[in-house]
Design a protein around this ligand. Sequence first.
Ligand SMILES: NC(=O)c1ccc[n+]([C@@H]2O[C@H](COP(=O)([O-])OP(=O)(O)OC[C@H]3O[C@@H](n4cnc5c(N)ncnc54)[C@H](O)[C@@H]3O)[C@@H](O)[C@H]2O)c1
Length: 249
Amino acid sequence: MTADQSFAGKTAVVTGAASGIGLTVARHFAERGARIVGVDLAEQVTDIVAGLPGSGHHGITKDLTAPTAAHEVFEFVLAEAGTPHILVNSAGIALLDPATEVSAERWQATIDVNLSASFYMAQAAGRLMLDAGYGRIINLASQAAVVGLDQHAAYCASKAAIVGLTRVLSLEWARRGITVNAVSPTVVETPLGKQAWAGEKGEKAKAQIPVGRFAQPEEVAALIAFLASDAAAMITGENVLIDGGFTSV
Ligand SMILES: NC(=O)c1ccc[n+]([C@@H]2O[C@H](COP(=O)([O-])OP(=O)(O)OC[C@H]3O[C@@H](n4cnc5c(N)ncnc54)[C@H](O)[C@@H]3O)[C@@H](O)[C@H]2O)c1
């Protein structure tokens, strides 16, 4: 089996599906036969997801930091598509400040989206997947989970926490057919990546990556698809770096 396998008959819930990695992942699964439920703060997610290849897709506009958001998403998923097989937590923000300047609001906003929303989505998905005895959960962490980056105090903290969370969920659910993994890209050329790494700062960062370039969203989607495949049943609790060698040197 290859990463290019079919996902026919599978339902994949993807957060952050209106943009960047989430959109690319949703398209990757849809092209291979999956039914997509895409969730995003951005209203255009409904049209974007409905327009993906295949049929039966749904886009939901929702702020995932709202206390009842995860519950509402999975109530909808169950009613419209049945038990979900795959969850990809890609919704995220990067608010950059020197550590001395991080406001309580910007710290909390980062933790709320990058960490808490991912947890509540995984918790709600996990409850259904445990009943079904099958599931694949992939959380977007970052190279920022394993190395410190200038002005990334809140972001690095949120992503390191995602890796810890991933380990616990994988441990608790491993015997019940569910794998939980994190994926940690270097800078990916998405709206978020381009905004955070524009100009000279980006060129310097690129030069420090052994392969000499940033990642493309399709490369991250291919890794996520492999982790979501049946072939990856023995991989759980991992944080898979996709960083062109940046954290290995
Ligand atoms: N792009 C990179 O360089 C990079 C590198 C490593 C990790 N990541 C991680 O990958 C994930 C996706 O990043 P991206 O580059 O695709 O970003 P992006 O900005 O292109 O897309 C993120 C999406 O999340 C949505 N979102 C934000 N807050 C939300 C909320 N409260 N509720 C629902 N949706 C919300 C946004 O509307 C947006 O559509 C993030 O978790 C990010 O931290 C990105």
